[in-house]
Design a protein around this ligand. Structure first.
Ligand code: KG4
Ligand code: ZN
Length: 334
């Protein structure tokens, strides 16, 4: 089966051609352009929409020159959640292409696509498994029961994990998005110089103590940075090391609860923050302690990409989800 997929939910424009034989996906081509929003310290939705409008048709045109697009069996676009302008550009492009080629069209949920992304390169990862999804926009712990059934075990009450990286990095003057730079700075830092406590959450009417929360930590980091007079490069390295360390401890705390009690043996960590090698190392050690398995996508499939959109469209398609040209775009997950 040959699938053309489009991703445009945030600040990456991407188009992929994916060939799937005997349930094994092979990326035929993957075109990706990351927009530069660094001058603004965050993604500017209007600018992102315009950049998708620039890049996506160019990418499709390039594919059209190199491949016979009539051979495609399915066209997929991210249709939720995300920035609405970008979703509209990618979904309209996908629908137009499906109409022109007379092929089925499938809207794909970006969060599910991240959650399935570790399967692409790891065929031994099978349902049911538990996924920790940590990106710039979302932080979720999910039990994937099948390609169509998922149970949210925990989510964030406020900021996403990637947002914590980005906001602290921004406050240190490290640019946007800052996660990758934090990882590089942390290599030269001492994580014990500043110890940050894990957030403690209580159960109440609306929230569970299992939730994630990062806004308190964000404030603690910002206060700690603001208290430093004449902040040195070594101070920045140390703050970055502490940030990575406290986030790793949060991941371990959440995962160990399920590793202790759940019969599920396979785990994945996905999304942009899963690219972080320090967090990976800690979580790999944890799974060894509990005799469980953990899988990560390669770095290019952690951050936003069109390959995971094509793979999720395929999983939907073979599990009976009907292609639908009428599907709408939505900024929300559900
Ligand atoms: O999944 P993604 O590309 O986009 C969303 O769907 O949000 O995730 C982007 C997030 C950003 O917050 C970025 O700073 C973070 O992932 N990130 C990292 C690393 N690489 C990207 N965070 C920590 N360590 C990294 N190496
Ligand atoms: Zn994403």
């Amino acid at each position: 089966m040959l699938i053309l997929s489009i991703e445009s939910s945030c600040d990456e424009s991407a188009v992929a051609l994916l060939e799937i034989i005997d349930n094994i996906p092979k990326t035929v081509t993957h075109l990706i352009a990351t927009h530069d929003h660094s001058a603004y310290g965050g993604v500017v939705p209007e600018s992102a929409s315009r950049q998708h409008f620039y890049f996506i048709p160019k990418m499709i045109e390039k594919l059209n020159k190199e491949f016979d697009l009539k051979k495609i069996d399915l066209v997929c676009s991210t249709n939720q959640p995300g920035l609405i302008g970008g979703l509209m550009v990618g979904t309209c492009a996908g629908k137009a292409l499906a109409l022109a080629l007379d092929k089925p069209f499938m809207g794909v949920n970006h969060i599910k696509a991240h959650a399935f992304s570790a399967m692409i390169e790891n065929p031994t990862l099978q349902f049911p498994y538990i996924c920790l999804l940590v990106s710039g926009g979302h932080t979720l712990l999910i039990e994937l029961q099948s390609a169509t059934e998922l149970k949210i075990l925990a989510s964030t009450r406020d900021d996403a994990m990637g947002e914590l990286f980005d906001k602290v990095a921004n406050h240190l003057g490290l640019g946007f998005p800052g996660g990758k730079t934090v990882e590089q700075y942390a290599l030269k830092g001492n994580p014990s110089k500043h110890i940050f406590k894990l957030p403690k959450l209580k159960n109440d009417l609306h929230y569970s103590s299992d939730d994630f929360s990062f806004s308190g930590l964000k404030t603690s980091f910002i206060r700690c940075i603001d208290k430093m007079e004449n902040i040195t490069l070594q101070d920045k390295y140390d703050i970055c090391a502490s940030l990575q360390d406290v986030v790793s401890r949060i991941c371990i705390k959440k995962l160990s609860k399920y590793m202790e009690t759940s019969p599920i043996t396979q785990y994945t960590i996905v999304g942009g923050v899963a690219a972080n090698q320090y967090i990976r190392k800690y979580c790999i050690e944890l799974t060894q302690t509990y005799n469980k398995e953990i899988f990560f996508p390669s770095i290019g499939l952690c951050t936003d990409n069109a390959v995971m959109i094509g793979w999720t469209g395929y999983l939907n398609f073979i599990n009976g989800v009907q292609p639908n040209l009428e599907v709408e775009v939505k900024s929300t997950f559900g």
